[in-house]
Design a protein around this ligand. Structure first.
Ligand SMILES: Nc1ncnc2c1ncn2[C@@H]1O[C@H](COP(=O)(O)OP(=O)(O)O)[C@@H](O)[C@H]1O
Ligand SMILES: [Mg+2]
Length: 234
């Protein structure tokens, strides 16, 4: 298979015209790649989480790019034309929200889930975008943007409920979307501890642990704990 892209968390290979293979690295990065460590076992755990969450969403009527998981670090997905935007859904105040709104106390619960958009650009540090920015730049139409918002909120409802049955709190998460050959919007990329903040009794079972200074090994343990709680086979 031809390696077509290497990002911070994954390698992307072309399987054929319609399909890609995404390989999750045994590596963890934070602060735009400034802190980077080897994390043996993380790739498989994050691939398993992505397979688990995306299969669950598919089962509940959300279209995703996920096709299958090899039981290790690789998943097969539909090749999409990606929208260069990160969609963030927030239930509680955390992360970059607190940076731009320092008057809000950490982990304040919002009156409703917030949806926001960031340009996917490491050099520009993923700047916040308005809906007008997105439509005027021609990245999406109003209708497509609204569809993304609706899907993101539906994903939030489904995941919040699923996680709450295991005593877990979904603080926030990041989604990416892409268009398939027929112009349909599909949920893409990954859904793992790298892209979701999940709390258990106040403890992070996500990458925030590493951002806060925990070792790569403690992060792998937290991902394994999350998978055990969710009944994710890994
Ligand atoms: N179904 C898909 N088709 C094409 N590209 C995808 C798909 N799903 C995810 N991607 C892209 O593949 C890359 C995954 O690698 P990653 O390590 O997350 O990169 P990055 O450091 O750019 O976030 C991302 O650029 C992501 O947007
Ligand atoms: Mg990424």
């Amino acid at each position: 298979m031809e390696l077509i892209y290497e990002g911070k968390a994954k390698r992307v290979y072309r399987l054929n015209n319609e399909r890609l293979v995404m390989e999750f690295k045994d590596e963890v990065t934070a602060f735009d790649g400034l802190r980077k460590e080897v994390a043996i076992g993380k790739g498989r755990l994050a691939a398993a989480q992505t397979a688990f969450f995306m299969s669950y969403l598919e089962g509940n009527g959300v279209r995703t790019h996920f096709i299958d998981w090899d039981g290790d670090r690789r998943i097969t997905v539909r090749a999409l034309r990606m929208v260069p935007i990160e969609v963030i859904v927030r239930n509680y105040a955390y992360g970059s929200f607190l940076k731009r709104m320092p008057m809000v106390k950490p982990l304040t619960r919002f009156s409703k889930p917030l949806v926001e958009f960031h340009l996917k650009s490491d050099e520009l540090h993923d700047p916040l975008l308005t809906m007008d920015d997105i439509t005027e730049a021609g990245l999406l139409t109003r209708e497509e943007l609204q569809e993304i918002i609706n899907t993101s909120l539906r994903v939030n409802d489904l995941l919040t409920n699923l996680l709450s049955t295991r005593g877990l709190i979904l603080v926030d998460f990041k989604l990416e979307f892409g268009f398939d050959g027929s112009g349909r919007l599909l949920l893409a990329d990954e859904m793992s501890g790298d892209t979701m903040r999940i709390l258990r009794n106040g403890k992070h079972l996500d990458k925030e642990l590493f951002r806060k200074g925990a070792s790569a090994m403690d992060l792998v343990k937290a991902y394994a704990e999350l998978n055990a709680l969710l009944g994710v086979k890994s």
